[in-house]
Design a protein around this ligand. Structure first.
Ligand SMILES: *Cc1c(COP(=O)(O)O)cnc(C)c1O
Length: 430
């Protein structure tokens, strides 16, 4: 008796046949992704190859532990995959050790906390309100509930980290771990300076390069090595791969503790299909073409920032060294939530985002965050980003003039957006 008798079509029928509701939602999502100019900074568009790895039969496999030391049998192929991912991560970022199992960036950070700290230990990270990430000690996150977190911010006048203030805070709070990196901090971080601060108080330095990892990989941004003791990243933002996280380092003893913190500390079995997709994206990032992509991500983000500033919009820190452009809408009297809703209706999704010293609630905000990675992947260059910047200004100026009557303009811009994106097809022409 084959599976076909037990459940007809199980190994042969596609999703559209067996579950039209889910298939339709996925289909509609592909159409949406094809049509819009995706400017959400934490998104990208993976290659067909990465998609294939992510949707592979590795999803059927379960293992615990690390290559060569698993708790389940039948691991020979997934061992090969994980070894390749580790080797590629080390080669790409120029470090000796990598843990490629974190399910996400947050879990990568959680593992670092678990490996290096006891509950109640002092940590120092960037404030969420200044552009930090919630896994860097936010009060409602485990990193802030279980550890004594202090936070540094940015200077009011230029939106940049005040390194002297960080050094003073470190002296006062004596953290065991200092976290550098954020989710909406556009400038490059002075890793050497952070290391000096960490050394002065005997702290470990963690650099979380989630947003700019792709630029580091492509040589378009300084590397956190050799300054950082440990580096975490997501793999799906500028790095352009499957969803997940990675932890990198050079110190063998420290990285052994990190391995134990990931498994059995905070995770069980890894997502092996995701691991294969991470390996595939790391392989892509090692190819020469990735350098051109990384340079384009940066050039495009800067072109967008310049276009917005030319039209009277305030860009936090006056530009960017990363894929991120953070816009302060207070001069236009706009709120982040209304602005992002209007842009979404115009086919330009981005996200509302607090700006430094924002007085609006996190569900409202006074800012917008844009990222250049996804649109760069589909082939946009500086000319297209200037055009998109002009469209953003058109929509936002319209919203400022008439907060309730921007619909016709939004619809007109979406028509132009569709014309533009049709020239840069994803996953083959429709
Ligand atoms: C996106 C991000 C993460 C992790 O995000 P997940 O949603 O958990 O994958 C961690 N740190 C920073 C700085 C980020 O921007």
């Amino acid at each position: 008796m084959g599976a076909d008798v037990l459940h007809p079509g199980y190994f042969t029928a596609g999703l559209a046949e067996t579950d039209p509701e889910i298939a339709a939602a996925i289909d509609d999502e592909l159409t949406r992704q094809r049509e819009v100019v995706e400017l959400i900074a934490s998104e990208n568009i993976v290659s067909r190859a990465v998609l294939e790895a992510q949707g592979s039969v590795l999803t059927n496999k379960t293992v615990e532990g690390y290559p060569g030391a698993r708790y389940h049998g039948g691991a020979v192929n997934v061992d090969a995959v994980e070894r390749l991912a580790i080797a590629r991560a080390g080669k790409l970022f120029g470090c000796r050790f990598a843990n490629v199992q974190p399910h996400s960036g947050s879990q990568a950070n959680q593992a670092v906390f678990q490996a290096l700290l006891q509950p109640g230990d002092a940590v120092l990270g960037m404030a969420l309100s200044a552009g930090g990430h919630l896994s860097h000690g936010a009060s409602f996150n485990m990193s802030g509930r279980h550890f004594a977190a202090s936070h540094y911010g940015v200077r009011r006048q230029d939106g940049r980290i005040d390194y002297d203030a960080v050094a003073r805070l470190a002296e006062e709070t004596r953290p065991k771990l200092i976290v550098a990196g954020g989710s909406s901090y556009p400038p490059a971080i002075d890793f050497a300076r952070f290391r000096a601060v960490a050394d002065a108080v005997g702290a470990t330095l963690l650099v979380d390069m989630a947003h700019f990892a792709g630029l580091v990989a492509g040589g378009a941004h300084p590397s956190p090595f050799p300054h950082a003791h440990v580096v975490t990243t997501t793999t799906y933002k500028s790095l352009r791969g499957a969803r997940g996280g990675i932890i990198l380092g050079d110190d063998e003893a420290l990285m052994k503790r990190i391995d134990a913190a990931i498994f059995p500390g905070v995770q069980g079995s890894p997502l092996l299909h995701g691991l294969a997709a991470k390996a595939a994206c790391l392989g892509e990032a090692l190819k020469p073409a990735f350098r051109a992509y990384a340079e384009a991500v940066l050039a495009n983000a800067r072109a967008l920032a310049a276009t917005l500033m030319d039209k009277g919009y305030d860009v936090v820190s006056g530009g960017t060294d990363t894929p991120i452009v953070l816009v302060d809408l207070r001069r236009q009297g706009l709120k982040g939530n209304a602005a992002s809703d209007s842009l979404e209706r115009a086919g330009i999704p981005c996200n509302k985002n607090a700006v430094p010293f924002d007085t609006e609630k996190p569900t409202v905000t006074s800012g917008l965050r844009f990222g250049s990675s996804a649109a760069t992947t589909r082939g946009f260059g500086v000319a297209e980003f200037r055009l998109v910047g002009a469209k953003i200004v058109q929509v936002l100026d319209g919203l400022a003039r008439d907060p309730t009557g921007n619909g016709a303009l939004e619809a007109a811009v979406f028509v132009e957006v569709r014309e533009l994106t049709a020239r840069f097809p994803i996953y083959g022409a429709v």
